[in-house]
Design a protein around this ligand. Structure first.
Ligand code: ADP
Ligand code: MG
Length: 588
C-alpha cells in the first residue's frame, strides 16, 4: 500500500521529476521524453547503452544511469514498458554516433516497444542492437532458455555493457560481451507477499500464511509454484541448488553473487540469507569474487528475495571491477586513472545545468500527417465516436481487466487500455478529419501513451485500420471496414507473432474479421454487418478461458491462466462492441 501519492495518473511524472532533480550530479531528464540520460552523454564516438522498462523496480533501471553504467534509461509507467516512441526519443538523445545497444528484461511489451525504437533508428541509419536479459531460471525450462524473463541478474548484464562502452569498445564488442554476460548469469527467487500498484487497494497476489511462492516475477506475477515456508538456511539451499543445477557449461569456478531484496524485505534478513548461501557455495567449490547484498531490482513493496550467480571469466571480471558512478551503484576500480569524470574532465554540457523544471513533460501528443488535408464527413465523425465509445467501455471494464491480467500477468491491462483510449479520444477531440485520419491519429496517440504489449499491439491495430480505410469518407462502408479490420489483424500478427489459439486478443479479433468479411459480402449496411459479426468475437473471447497462453507475459505461468478469460481478448471484445454502438448510431 503506497502512502506517498498525489494522483495515480501523475505518479510517474512526479517520480521522475523528484529523482532527476535530486540526482543532477549524475544525470538529467531527456527533454520531451520519459527518461534520463547520464551527465555529459552522449559522448562522440562512444557506444550508448540504453536500458529501461516499467517503473516500480528501482534501482532498476534508471538508478543505474551514469558514468561506466547505462547511458540512458527509458522509463515506463509502473510495471509497464515505455512506449516505442518514448524509447526512441531516449535512444535518439543518447546517440553519440557509435551505435546504440538496448538491453532490458525479456518481456513481451518491452521487446515490442524497444523493438520499434530499434527499427526506427536503423531505418534512419543508426546502428542499433538489442541484448535481452533472460536470467530467471525458474521462468522456463533449460531447452527454452531464450524465453526466460529478466530479473535481478540484469544488474550484471547492464554493468558489463556500461563498462565495455565506457572504455571505448566498438558496438560489436559491447554487444558480444553483453550477450556473454547474459549467458553466464542465473537468478532464482522466492516471495512471501505480493505488491500493490499505486492507487489500487488490493495486492496483485496474496500468499497464504506459512506458504511461499517459488519463482517469483518482478511485476507481482505470482510464483511458478507455492511451497511451505521454511527457515532461511533451507531457502538458501533451495536457491543455491537451483542455480548450480543450471551452471553454464565451462563456467569455471569464480562467481559474483547478488542477493536481491524485492522491496519489502529488510536488508538484515538478506544478510541472514547470505550467511546460509556463502558456505554452500564454498562447499560446491565456487570462489566468490565479490558479493553484493541489497536492492537491485524491486517489485514495489513485494516481500521476497532472489539469489543471482554470475560466472566470471577474465573479460567479465575486468568489466565487473571497472569504475562506475550512478545514483544507485558506484565503485572505484583499477581503471580510475582513465576515467576522466572524477578528475574534472566531465564534459558537463550546458544542458546539465538547466533546471529540470524546464524539461518537464513527456510530450505524448505528436503531430501526425492527419492534421491537414481532407476534411472528413459522417464517417470521420463516426470514427471519433467509436474511439470515445471504446474509452467509455474500457473504463467500465478497467477493474475486471486488471483482475484477469493479475491471474498470470501483471495486472496492468485495464490501466494501460484506459491510458491508451484516453489519449486516442483526446487526440481526436475537436478534429474534423476523415475516418482514416482519425484512426491513424488516435492510434498513434494510443501507442505512445499506453505502453506494454497491448499498447504496442492495439496501437498498431488502430493505425493499420485507419491506414487501410479509403482516403475519402464517402467510400467508407461495410466492405471498407471489413478490409480495414483485416489489415489491423495482420498488423497485430506481424508485430506479435501470435496465432489463433495462443490465448490472446487474436482469439477475439480473428473470428470477428472472418465473420465481418462474410457479412459485408451480403451487401448490408455497416451497423447490421457489424452486429452480425459480434457473436463470433464473443465466442472467441469466451473460448480463451480454456486455453493455455503460448505468447506474452502470461505464457510463463501458463497453468495459472487456465480458467481465466484472456485480458486482451476481453478488452478487444469490449472495443469491438463499443465501435458497433458508434457505427449503429452513426449509420442511423
Ligand atoms: P503486458 O503483457 O505488457 O503487461 P497487457 O497486460 O497490457 O501487456 O496486455 C496483455 C494482453 O496482450 C494479453 O492478454 C494478450 O491478449 C495480449 N498479447 C500479449 N502478447 C501478445 C502477442 N504477441 N500477440 C497478440 N496479443 C498479445
Ligand atoms: Mg499486463
Amino acid at each position: 500500500m503506497q502512502r506517498m501519492l498525489n494522483d495515480a495518473a501523475s505518479f510517474r511524472e512526479e517520480m521522475i521529476d523528484g529523482y532527476a532533480t535530486a540526482n543532477r550530479r549524475f544525470l538529467r531528464r531527456v527533454p520531451g521524453a520519459s527518461g534520463v540520460i547520464a551527465r555529459g552523454a552522449p559522448r562522440a564516438g562512444r557506444v550508448s547503452v540504453v536500458v529501461g522498462g516499467g517503473s516500480g523496480h528501482y534501482p532498476a533501471f534508471y538508478g543505474l544511469v551514469g558514468e561506466g553504467m547505462a547511458t540512458a534509461a527509458a522509463i515506463g509507467d509502473v510495471f509497464t514498458s515505455p512506449s516505442g516512441e518514448q524509447a526512441y526519443r531516449v535512444a535518439k538523445a543518447a546517440d553519440g554516433g557509435a551505435g546504440i545497444l538496448f538491453t532490458f528484461g525479456n518481456y513481451a511489451g518491452d521487446v515490442m516497444n524497444f523493438g520499434m525504437a530499434e527499427g526506427r533508428l536503423r531505418a534512419e541509419g543508426t546502428d542499433a542492437r538489442t541484448v535481452l536479459v533472460t536470467d530467471d531460471v525458474l521462468s522456463a525450462e533449460p531447452e527454452e532458455a531464450d524465453r526466460r524473463r529478466g530479473i535481478a541478474g540484469g544488474f550484471y548484464v547492464f554493468k558489463t555493457a556500461g563498462a565495455s562502452a565506457a572504455r571505448g569498445d566498438s558496438l560489436d564488442t559491447v554487444e558480444a560481451l553483453t550477450r556473454h554476460a547474459n549467458d553466464r548469469v542465473r537468478t532464482a527467487g522466492v516471495a512471501f507477499a505480493g505488491c500493490t500498484i499505486p492507487g489500487q487497494t488490493e495486492p496483485l497476489f496474496t500468499v497464504d500464511p506459512g506458504r511461499m511462492e517459488i519463482g517469483l516475477g518482478i511485476h507481482g506475477e505470482p510464483g511458478v509454484r507455492t511451497a511451505e515456508q521454511v527457515p532461511a538456511r533451507e531457502i538458501a539451499k533451495l536457491l543455491v541448488d537451483t542455480l548450480l543445477a543450471e551452471a553454464p557449461a565451462g563456467g569455471g569456478n569464480e562467481v559474483a553473487v547478488l542477493v536481491n531484496g524485492l522491496g519489502g524485505t529488510k536488508y538484515e534478513e538478506l544478510f541472514v540469507l547470505y550467511s546460509g548461501v556463502a558456505p554452500l557455495l564454498a562447499e560446491a567449490g565456487l570462489a566468490v569474487h565479490e558479493a553484493q547484498i541489497g536492492e537491485f531490482v524491486t517489485a514495489l513493496d513485494m516481500a521476497g528475495c532472489s539469489l543471482t550467480l554470475f560466472w566470471l571469466d577474465d573479460d567479465l571480471e575486468t568489466l565487473h571491477d571497472a569504475t562506475a558512478s550512478s545514483p544507485a551503484y558506484s565503485r572505484i576500480g583499477p581503471d580510475i586513472e582513465r576515467v576522466g569524470f572524477l578528475a574534472g574532465a566531465a564534459t558537463a554540457s550546458g544542458a546539465t545545468e538547466s533546471p529540470t523544471g524546464t524539461e518537464r513533460g513527456t510530450g505524448t501528443t505528436e503531430p501526425t500527417e492527419a492534421t491537414v488535408e481532407a476534411v472528413g464527413g459522417v464517417a470521420g465523425e463516426t470514427a471519433r465516436m467509436a474511439l470515445r465509445e471504446a474509452l467509455a467501455a474500457i473504463r467500465a471494464a478497467e477493474a475486471e481487466l486488471g483482475r484477469l491480467d493479475a491471474a498470470a500477468g501483471d495486472g496492468d491491462h485495464g490501466a494501460g487500455m484506459v491510458r491508451g483510449f484516453t489519449a486516442a479520444s483526446g487526440a481526436v477531440e475537436g478534429f474534423s478529419g476523415t475516418a482514416r485520419q482519425s484512426f491513424v491519429h488516435g492510434g498513434t496517440a494510443f501507442q505512445n501513451a499506453a505502453g506494454g504489449a497491448s499498447g504496442a499491439l492495439v496501437g498498431a491495430f488502430l493505425i493499420a485500420v485507419g491506414g487501410a480505410l479509403p482516403a475519402s469518407d464517402e467510400e467508407v462502408d461495410a466492405r471498407a471496414y471489413a478490409a480495414a479490420l483485416a489489415a489491423g489483424l495482420a498488423a497485430i500478427q506481424r508485430y506479435g507473432g501470435a496465432q489463433p489459439g495462443d490465448k490472446t486478443l487474436i482469439d477475439t479479433l480473428a473470428p470477428f474479421v472472418g465473420a465481418l468479411g462474410d457479412a459485408a459480402n451480403g451487401g448490408l449496411g455497416l451497423a447490421e454487418t457489424w452486429a452480425a459479426a459480434l457473436p463470433a468475437a464473443r465466442a472467441g473471447m469466451l473460448a480463451t478461458t480454456r486455453m493455455t497462453p503460448k505468447v506474452g507475459r502470461a505464457s510463463r505461468l501458463a497453468e495459472r491462466a487456465v480458467g481465466f478469460q484472456d485480458p486482451g481478448a476481453t478488452s478487444m471484445y469490449e472495443v469491438l462492441a463499443a465501435f458497433g454502438r458508434a457505427f449503429g448510431a452513426g449509420a442511423a
